[in-house]
Design a protein around this ligand. Structure first.
Ligand code: ZN
Length: 570
């Protein structure tokens, strides 16, 4: 018989009580230091107490009251982490009615017509969050596309960019003479007329109340339901990446009522457009900082939004967007590199205040120019006091460079990455930047080889379905993309940046837990850790590569309790 180590939690009492639960006859992918595969795992009081062979675990831990589940050779993974979601926004997005898939101008126009048929004349119609990179036309719509309806003001929401139809432009008093707001742009056509695209200029939109007037109890329901969907997807912890005071309150209420379905780590994002002094006061006044809370609900990171989005051409790049940027994003200035929302001196002052208050730091930094700017800031802070212990990280960092990765390693900076964007947006982005320009687009191999820890997430913000949402939050789709680098059009984008299945799994488990200062309590299946695990319907390590994205969770366990059971598990 081969040698088997049975490890007992150091906290276990001298006369060990029986396990509450034993899973056996399985393939337990532990993600421990040795990457060991085991057969059985025992749980007591929400904690893993033993991992090993069937015989050893059953013999040592089984008692008369122990529930025993025969896995029948199924695979078990540590509970998965999505390091980047926006749960409330996503939960509310289809709370009242399902959203149609908006993947072409025709679909957008059909949506507008449908809304127009039941909205009173003059009432606003909002086309929900849609990115031009994901439209068949690969083109930012202009007002003509939205002028399909003449009786209502229409706003197309592309996140930091919105597009208005002609009715809405005149309602808001925007014409060829309207000056650009500070930091924003009213994009003009060849004749100097506004073409409908407003970049970072939403302040010009008048009379539109976008708060959909959900009651607090509706918001609590929407948040809880979304967190339950995460659980069904195999996730046991999520990082919610831009909470404000209201969302913090909602999370606390769910927890107090025993309605928090998954663990949540909150990223606090104040409004970065406020003056530096005001932000510094907010930081000093806030009664929380990194790690305030407990294993169910705690604070993670302090965040500012530094640049725009690569899907809308406002990410702040190292180089101009070039000719295809004109089509995809409706750009008129060929030298445009995107937008940096916060000047470097203000960024440094605010980040210093947050660092001094004990925060882990991040910025939304999509373009390479924004990544470099944030690294400059972190380097300046590092001169004052080593920054590495804060586990601060770039967020998205879609366009990387070998130089930036080397700086990250030197400073001890981590990366928060979203493979779904490679899957969905790379085909359009390749048209803008060329294949070579995509060389360091989500360069996961370069990160790992360069000694940078990465945490994977989805940036889920709109829609409920795990595979069709913006952005899809199916963690197996994310891991499949990390392993294959295939887009939804079937092309592998720089396959030299592929990572292994184990590395992809780590990006959704132990590395993500590391980013969240939780590697000692979760992220692997080891004695002493919280019993968060997911049983899946096929072997993640050996199934055909194309099937990784199709893996379905059967049981999701949190604290040793079965929190979600798929009908397929019996
Ligand atoms: Zn986000």
């Amino acid at each position: 018989m081969r040698y088997v180590a049975i490890l007992l939690a150091s906290a276990a009492p001298l006369f060990a009580a029986d396990a509450d639960l034993i899973l056996h006859n399985g393939k337990i992918v532990t993600v421990d230091n040795r990457l060991s595969i085991q057969q059985a795992v025992a749980v007591r009081s929400g904690t893993i107490i033993a991992v090993g062979t069937d015989a050893a675990v059953l013999q040592a831990e089984r008692g008369p009251k122990t529930e025993v589940i025969d896995l029948r050779a199924r695979t078990v993974l540590p509970g998965l982490v999505d390091a980047h979601v926006h749960a409330l926004e996503a939960g509310l997005s289809e709370f009242r009615a399902p959203l149609p898939p908006l993947d072409s101008f025709a679909a957008v126009q059909q949506f507008i017509r449908k809304q127009a048929a039941r909205a009173p004349t003059g009432a606003w119609i909002v086309v929900p969050r849609t990115f031009p990179t994901r439209l068949k036309e690969m083109r930012m719509p202009t007002r003509e596309v939205l002028d399909i309806d003449q009786d209502h003001p229409v706003l197309f929401d592309a996140s930091y960019v919105v597009i208005l139809n002609s009715y809405a432009l005149s309602l808001c008093g925007i014409d060829r003479h309207t000056p650009n707001p500070p930091g924003g742009e009213i994009v003009k056509d060849a004749n100097g007329e506004p073409n409908g695209i407003l970049k970072n200029a939403q302040s010009l939109v008048k009379g539109l109340d976008r708060s959909a007037h959900f009651t607090e109890s509706e918001k609590l329901d929407a948040l809880e339901q979304q967190l339950k969907r995460y659980l069904a997807a195999g996730l046991t912890t999520v990082g919610d990446r831009a909470v404000d005071a209201e969302q913090i309150d909602l999370y606390r209420k769910l927890k107090a009522a025993g309605r928090l379905p998954v663990r949540a780590v909150l990223t606090w994002r104040p409004d970065g457009s406020r003056p530096a002094a005001e932000l510094q006061r907010q930081i000093e006044a806030a009664p929380y900082t990194t790690s305030t809370g407990d294993s169910w609900l705690k604070f993670g990171t302090f965040k500012l939004t530094l640049d725009g989005g690569m899907t809308i051409g406002t990410a702040y790049q190292r180089y101009p967007y070039g000719p295809f940027g004109r089509q995809l994003y409706g750009k008129t200035d060929p030298d445009d590199r995107g937008q940096l929302f916060i000047p470097p001196d203000k960024l440094l002052a605010v980040m210093r205040a947050a660092r001094d208050r004990g925060w882990q730091l991040t910025t939304h930094d999509q373009g390479g120019g924004a990544v470099d700017t944030f690294l400059d800031t972190l380097e300046a802070l590092d001169w004052e006091k080593p920054i590495a212990p804060t586990r601060s990280h770039v967020m998205h960092a879609s366009f990387q460079s070998p130089e930036a990765i080397a700086r990250m390693k030197k400073l001890g900076i981590l990366a928060d990455v979203q493979a779904a964007w490679l899957y969905l947006d790379a085909p359009a982005l390749e048209q803008v930047f060329g294949y070579e320009g995509m060389r360091y687009f989500y360069p996961l191999r370069s990160y790992i080889d360069g000694g940078v820890i990465l945490a994977a997430g989805s940036d889920h913000m709109i829609g409920h379905d795990k595979n069709t949402a913006v952005n899809p939050y199916n963690p197996f789709l994310s891991m499949w993309t990390e392993v294959t680098r295939l887009t939804n059009r079937g092309k592998a984008i720089h396959p030299e940046e592929r990572i292994t299945r184990i590395e992809a799994l780590k990006s959704h488990t132990i590395w993500a837990a590391w980013l969240q200062f939780a590697e000692n309590e979760r992220g692997s299946i080891e004695p002493g850790k919280l019993a968060d695990m997911v049983v899946i319907d096929r072997d993640y390590l050996t199934c055909p590569e194309t099937q990784i994205k199709d893996i379905q969770p059967l049981l999701t366990m949190l604290n040793g309790r079965i929190a979600h059971r798929a009908p397929a598990f019996h």
